[in-house]
Ligand binder design. Structure first.
Ligand SMILES: Nc1ncnc2c1ncn2[C@@H]1O[C@H](COP(=O)(O)OP(=O)(O)OP(=O)(O)O)[C@@H](O)[C@H]1O
Length: 358
């Protein structure tokens, strides 16, 4: 029998600090696998509501910060939804101060009347976070979204009606503005784990009663829908979150496959317009679902916009082999033209004024 092969070389890493738990290690490994998520040595802006998820985020990232060389800055938004919210903001500020964690607190001065409102509150928070990140020259804003948030978002988007891309949210990383990205490193951890992490790390948690307010659709999914699914199929929440992760991976990788599939369909565009064209016949011979995918990808790469399924279908109906030449105005000043063998795009800016969109 031959000797077993030697273990693969691994990147040496400094010994884990004594106060690390298994959760620190999991997060550390994830960040090693995805080094662009929270790059070593970078400043990070942490959005902290004071609830268990964002407090667990602070606890875990504080534990890892020396090894990863980050500097942390905390931000808290006081929505003024409750009489005690100002007091809680002060307590959070004092707690962060004792731990040497710089923190900024903003108060929502012009909250709309009529009690808590989810969408404008979120808009206000992200506006403030964008502004502060740009003042502090921080390229990563970090939130405490968990696998439970991901499962809830998947269900909400499914119910509202969504393309695959919507079902793949929440993403671990998404652009916030300019060079600033929003990063959600806790998407692999469930809400029940963040409660445990807070207990184990001795972190204070300021409960937010608005998390139980049934006027927020997310709270109803959390409090009414998911418990039923869990009772019917234990582990449902984790599987929903994993499905979102899988869809996100496939969605990110799909562009590569679509580029390969498009390559044999690319033709030279008409002389003066110069841009690439698409060969009409081979496109329209494919299954309709593949025609949609390829035309959408080709158009999006050029115009930066996506068409609705209905918009795509009406174009594809007109592009069918039996139909003649034509053109269609698309949003953003774009126009799609087609002859018997090819289709191509032009833009308002490149056409004489009397040939532009009305
Ligand atoms: N008042 C707040 N101050 C600072 N950060 C907050 C506040 N509320 C929420 N956050 C941040 O957002 C994360 C998600 O919170 P929550 O699920 O309540 O927000 P959400 O509105 O559903 O967010 P999203 O729309 O991005 O999914 C928290 O873990 C925290 O990082």
């Amino acid at each position: 029998m031959s000797a077993p092969p030697p273990p693969p070389p691994s990147t040496p890493s400094p010994a884990a600090p004594a106060d690390w738990g298994a959760d620190h290690l999991h997060l550390h490994r994830l960040l090693r696998r995805q080094p662009d998520l929270l790059p070593a040595g970078s400043p990070l802006l942490l959005a902290v509501s004071g609830g268990q998820d964002s407090m667990a985020l602070v606890g875990l990232l504080s534990g890892l910060r020396r090894l990863h060389g980050w500097t942390l800055h905390l931000w808290h938004g006081d929505h003024r939804w409750r009489a005690e919210s100002e007091q809680q903001a002060r307590e959070l500020e004092a707690w962060a101060g004792q731990r040497g964690l710089p923190i900024s607190v903003d108060t929502w001065q012009d909250a709309p009347d009529g009690g808590p409102r989810e969408a404008p509150a979120r808009q206000w928070r992200y506006d403030r976070l964008r502004a502060l990140a740009s003042d502090l020259q921080v390229a990563r804003v970090v939130t405490g979204h968990t696998a439970s948030d991901r499962a809830e978002t998947l269900l909400l988007n499914l119910a509202r009606g969504s393309h695959r891309r919507g079902l793949a949210s929440l993403r671990r990383r998404r652009p916030l503005s300019g060079g600033i990205a929003l990063v959600r490193p806790l998407l692999g951890i469930r809400r029940r784990d963040t409660a445990r992490i807070c207990r184990e790390l001795g972190l204070p948690v300021w409960p937010d009663p608005s998390n139980h307010d049934p006027r927020f659709s997310r709270n109803r999914v959390r409090g009414e829908v998911l418990p039923v699914l869990e009772a019917l199929h234990p582990g449902a929440e984790g599987r929903l979150a994993e499905l979102a992760e899988q869809l996100a991976e496939e969605e990110d990788a799909a562009g590569e496959l679509l580029d390969l599939a498009l390559a044999p369909l690319i033709a030279r565009g008409p002389g003066e317009i110069g841009d690439q064209a698409l060969r009409r016949r081979p496109l329209t011979r494919l299954e309709r679902a593949n025609q949609r995918l390829l035309l959408q990808h080709w158009l999006e790469a050029r115009t930066g916009r996506r068409l609705s399924r209905r918009g795509l279908d009406s174009l594809l109906d007109r592009l069918a082999p039996a139909r003649g030449p034509g053109q269609a105005d698309l949003a953003g000043g774009w126009r799609l033209h087609w002859l018997r063998t090819t289709l191509w795009l032009s833009h308002d800016a490149d056409r004489p004024p009397d040939d532009r969109h009305p």
